[in-house]
Each structure stands twice: as structure tokens, then as C-alpha cells.
Design a protein. Sequence first.
Length: 186
Amino acid sequence: MSDLHTVTLKGPAARDERVSGHLFRDLLDVLVEGSERSLRFRLEGRSSPKGPQPKWLRTAADFDLLRRPELGASSAVIEARPLVETMPERFHHGDLFVDLDPRKSPVELFEDALEDALRGDADSERFDEALITTFRKFESLLDQGLERIDLVNGRTLRVNAAALEKVRELAKTSYALQRVKVAGRL
């Protein structure tokens, strides 16, 4: 069983015949990093804990790019496998992680978190500060001549300047550093 996601780029930098290699690399970087961080966040509670990256993460969050000539160069199809297939040793007991559906792929977990962030949902439990930083990397794609990026998998997530403004606001308000003064005696 696999999970298909179509990523479509719209704007002057997305032409039917070709897309810049740098632009495509940056897009893949966001998708790979986002999938890995979303998976770690859901399993470990933090998307970028200190220390080396665990060996299981690369395999568990990996996905394939499928060639679909009929879509043109401005669209890509991603095939991602569910966690129950990429991490069978962790999910063979069934409902161990009640709030995490093992039939979802790490790409879907990333899309779930991104959906909340694009709505400006400050109460979401699907992302943390490091994932917001990853979401903001979509800004560099827009700066390279895109007007929007659509991620489609049964739903359409539209990443554009207006949606990313909500993500910027989340970054300012949700995880702003605050000084705390503690007084008292021991």
C-alpha cells in the first residue's frame, strides 16, 4: 500500500517543459526535511532534538518520485509508504501510539502539520518551532519565481504568500522568547 501526493508549482518559474534544478532541489529539501521532522515530532515529541539523527529516520521517512510525463515538468508525484510498512517493528502491536495512525506516511504527517500552520492554528499539536522553520522554507521557493505550490492528496494544501504570512505570525507569537523572573527562598 502506498500513498500518492501530487506537488504542482505555479508561477513564472514553473514552465511546462522545464523547472530550475535549484528550485526543484529546494522543493525536495523542504519535503524531505518536513517529513523527517514531522515523524520525529510525532514519535519523540520534538522535531529536531540534539544529537545525531537516528538511523531509522532516513528509511522511515523516505519517499519515491514517480515520472508522470503527462503532468509536465511543473508537477511531481511522490509515492510514500505508510509507517506500518516502513517501521513494522514499531507498529506491529497495533494501537501503541493511539494518536498516530500507522497507515499514514511521514509525508502525510508533514501535510497535516503544514495544514494547521497555514490556517494559523497556534493551538495545533502537530508542529513545533523547528517545523515552523521548515514551513518557512517555502518562502524561498516563492522568492525564486513561484506564485504558489499545491500539495494534493485527497485534499489540496495551497502554499502561497498569504498562507505563509500566517506561518510567519505563528513564528512570532507562538514561540517568542520570554524572560521569566523567579523569586523566592529555598
